[in-house]
Design a binder for this molecule. Structure first.
Ligand SMILES: Nc1ncnc2c1ncn2[C@@H]1O[C@H](COP(=O)(O)OP(=O)(O)OP(=O)(O)O)[C@@H](O)[C@H]1O
Ligand SMILES: [Mg+2]
Length: 322
């Protein structure tokens, strides 16, 4: 079974999608076979992964599947389920087939922008929230890691994204009472554990942190006292270049501006810490080793400059004369 990571927080706008995208991009870069699942009906994660045109194509394909299901009561041979809302069906109408993104080893079960069928799953009973874990298990073994983007709130879709994960990372923004920001999630995890759901808290990550704010510094101190090693050492400050990167459909370390370089350091710090805690330290070590090897490669000996041919002294009129 792969590591299946969700980044939930019942609060909106704390950086769930931004962090999930960067975690997935980094896993792909390290050579981990990565599946991403967008369970947020806003579809922002999918848009940054594959772009609107691809999402439109997938919608057309899915509408054709829906029409066949209406007409025949069942799918035809060769039909597939590409969109994430299918994960909430009691019985999948066709096999799951994640969309392969333009990057190798990175697939997605996307949501569409304003994904109505996915939103509608919130009207279903909470029992439906068990289905994504069950259906993902049919394809999960093809991957090393699965990253799930979950919507805010407490609905069935949010819950489905948490139950399907075996590790969760909670992004939190600093406030006067930082524990309040994650208390709801910690209670949900505790209740799920009592019901036999094996979803462990991998860590809590502080987003939009300022070391100049007394409130933030004290907040982090409080979180450290309460959470111990579950609080990630790396934090992310207010970094506008994150928005630029996500809008440009690439990780911030590929943006290349001066501001993005500092952001990249912080975001990489966070996602690498998550990757190491998730048990993939060897991939990070292999990358470090490869960099050392490249940097210590003996310099190519410079090719000896061909000796300049001695020029024949030009015969000048003067010389002829002398
Ligand atoms: N560290 C940061 N610095 C500056 N802006 C940030 C940072 N983290 C996230 N943002 C911005 O904040 C906004 C919300 O981020 P994001 O969409 O990742 O949050 P979310 O928790 O997924 O929101 P939602 O609950 O709506 O799904 C985005 O515009 C994003 O670019
Ligand atoms: Mg989001």
């Amino acid at each position: 079974m792969p590591v299946i990571i969700s980044m939930p927080n019942q609060k909106g706008g704390v950086g769930k999608t931004t962090l999930a995208l960067h975690l997935a991009w980094r896993c792909q870069e390290l050579g981990l076979k990565t599946l991403t699942v967008d369970l947020d009906p806003q579809g922002n994660f999918s848009e940054s992964m594959v772009g609107i045109e691809v999402l439109d194509e997938i919608e057309v394909e899915d509408a054709a599947l829906f029409a066949r299901l209406q007409e025949n009561g069942q799918a035809l041979e060769g039909d597939i389920c590409r969109r994430s809302y299918h994960l909430f069906s009691d019985i999948l109408p066709a096999p799951l087939a994640p969309y392969p993104t333009h990057l190798p080893n990175l697939d997605i079960l996307p949501a569409n922008i304003n994904d109505d069928p996915l939103s509608a799953m919130n009207q279903q009973s909470t029992g439906t929230a068990m289905n994504p874990a069950r259906h993902l298990a049919t394809i999960a073994d093809q991957y090393d890691v699965v990253v799930i983007d979950v919507p805010p709130g407490k609905g069935t879709v949010h819950l489905g994204g948490v139950i399907a994960a075996n590790k969760v990372v909670l992004p939190v923004m600093m406030s006067a009472f930082p524990m309040r920001g994650i208390a709801g999630m910690l209670t949900t995890l505790k209740q799920l554990k009592e019901q036999g759901v094996r979803t462990d808290l991998l860590g809590v990550v502080v987003n939009i942190y300022s070391s100049r704010s007394k409130e933030h510094v004290e907040g982090v101190q409080l979180l450290k006292e309460r959470l111990g090693s579950l609080l990630l050492n790396n934090k992310i400050g207010y970094r506008a270049s994150l928005d630029t990167a996500v809008g440009a459909m690439k990780p911030v370390w590929k943006v290349g501006t001066g501001a993005a370089r500092e952001t990249a350091k912080q975001v990489r710090g966070v996602v690498d810490e998550i990757i190491a805690k998730a048990g993939f330290e060897t991939y990070l070590a292999a990358e470090r080793q490869a960099k050392v090897t490249v940097n210590t490669k003996p310099a190519k000996p410079k090719a000896a400059k061909p000796k300049a041919k001695k020029k024949k002294p030009a015969t000048t009129t003067k010389e002829v004369k002398s």
